[in-house]
Design a protein around this ligand. Structure first.
Ligand SMILES: Cc1ncc(COP(=O)(O)O)c(C=O)c1O
Length: 367
């Protein structure tokens, strides 16, 4: 029988040493592998800067995140967006092992499993359960074994939050298998009923997130992992190979923003709320469309027509774009070609016509 236990990722001790010991502030330092940063004036002439002056300056960023999520700074690992955070966890903890991830779900979870040579197993979320995790599949995972489990909260593509039962099932799975449960909270600030980060629920839970989605700061690529101190230290050691440091300049900016993260999230959530109501009314009134109303945010997953295994969602997305210039994400990107993901953070005068375009495309295809 093949050995499918996860193999530990190799550490890179030199980078640990270099980050901790080598610095331009040390006297008689014959150890530096790069030159001193150019003067600010020179950089300005070249159209660069100002730089933070703290190339490894994660302390302020860590502290801001620790305050925001009520954890110790040692429980925070900075990352280049949620993508890096998720990949690092897969690479560090699931190489050659078993990854379970929610389905329908964000396709990167499966890609990460493939890239780290892990086997992939779908953890089904069911529309008839309001997109909750299927308890039977959670039990199957507990029997078969798991190294890393990926779920998102709010869920991409449905906008549903994980329930207390989901969390209890995930905690049982972690206990039965020793798996790490990754709760991707990149959409969590969209939740109209803010909850403490899932990192507080269980020592086997790791949380990944960033400012790229809810906060619209894709340009900063500022992300993070939250977890217990020991596992965060283990991940940091592996990250010495993948991404030894983030830009100090970006972390300084992100730290300033995160200090206002709560207030900003409240403003953004309110802005999203009326659109959700509008799209909910549209789904109700439009032939061939149905959904489980999202809990919050700017996206939902719409079922197109009836029938079990159809590609009606993909066909609707193609028709809406070709005939009406309206973009929807085909459900096949979330392993469900009968569905489409619809995102509605548009100005009011565009949202109505865009929804009309989708309704017309559906009429053209399905009568
Ligand atoms: C669930 C989920 N996680 C992570 C990402 C990527 O996040 P980031 O831009 O922070 O890398 C996405 C992007 O769509 C996503 O849907």
């Amino acid at each position: 029988m093949a050995d499918d236990r996860a193999r530990p990722a190799p550490p890179f001790p030199y980078m640990r040493y270099a980050k901790q010991r080598l610095g331009f502030d040390r006297p008689m330092n014959l150890g530096m592998s790069g030159i001193r940063p150019p003067a600010d004036a020179l950089l300005a002439d070249l159209g660069v800067g100002p730089l933070s002056g703290a190339p490894l300056g994660a302390a302020a960023y860590r502290a801001a995140l620790a305050a925001r999520f009520e954890v110790d700074p040692a429980q925070v690992h900075p990352a280049v967006g949620t993508s890096h955070a998720n990949f690092l966890i897969g690479f560090a903890l699931a190489r050659g092992g078993r990854v379970w991830a929610e389905e329908p779900g964000y396709g990167a979870f499966r890609a990460i499993a493939d890239e780290v040579g892990a086997t992939f197993h779908p953890l089904l979320r069911r529309p008839e359960l309001g997109w909750a995790l299927d308890p039977l599949v959670l039990k199957q995972a507990a029997r078969e074994g798991a190294d890393v489990v990926f779920v998102s909260d709010l869920h991409n593509p449905t906008g549903k939050r994980l329930t207390d039962d989901d969390f209890a099932g995930l905690a049982e799975l972690a206990e039965a298998t020793g798996a790490w449960i990754v709760v991707d909270e990149v959409y969590a600030d969209f939740d109209p009923v803010p909850r403490p980060s899932a990192v507080h629920r269980n020592p086997r839970f790791l949380v990944t997130s960033s400012l790229t989605k809810v906060h619209g700061l894709g340009d900063l690529r500022a992300g993070w992992i939250l977890g217990g101190e020991q596992i965060i230290e283990q991940l940091a050691e592996v990250d010495d190979v993948v991404c030894p440091a983030l830009s100090g300049t970006l972390m300084a900016q992100a730290a300033s923003y995160v200090a206002h993260g709560r207030e900003r999230a409240a403003v953004i959530r309110d802005r999203a709320a009326w659109r959700l109501d509008q799209v909910d009314r549209w789904v109700e009134a439009t032939p061939h469309m149905s959904w489980v109303r999202p809990d919050g945010g700017i996206s939902g997953f719409v079922r197109v027509g009836e029938g079990q295994e159809t590609d009606q969602g993909d066909r609707l997305a193609a028709q809406a774009e070709a005939r009406h210039g309206v973009l929807l994400v085909p459900g096949s990107y979330f392993q469900r070609p009968a569905w489409v993901r619809i995102s509605y953070d548009l100005d009011e005068e565009i949202l109505g016509p865009a929804l009309d375009g989708v309704a017309q495309a559906a009429r053209e295809l399905f009568g």
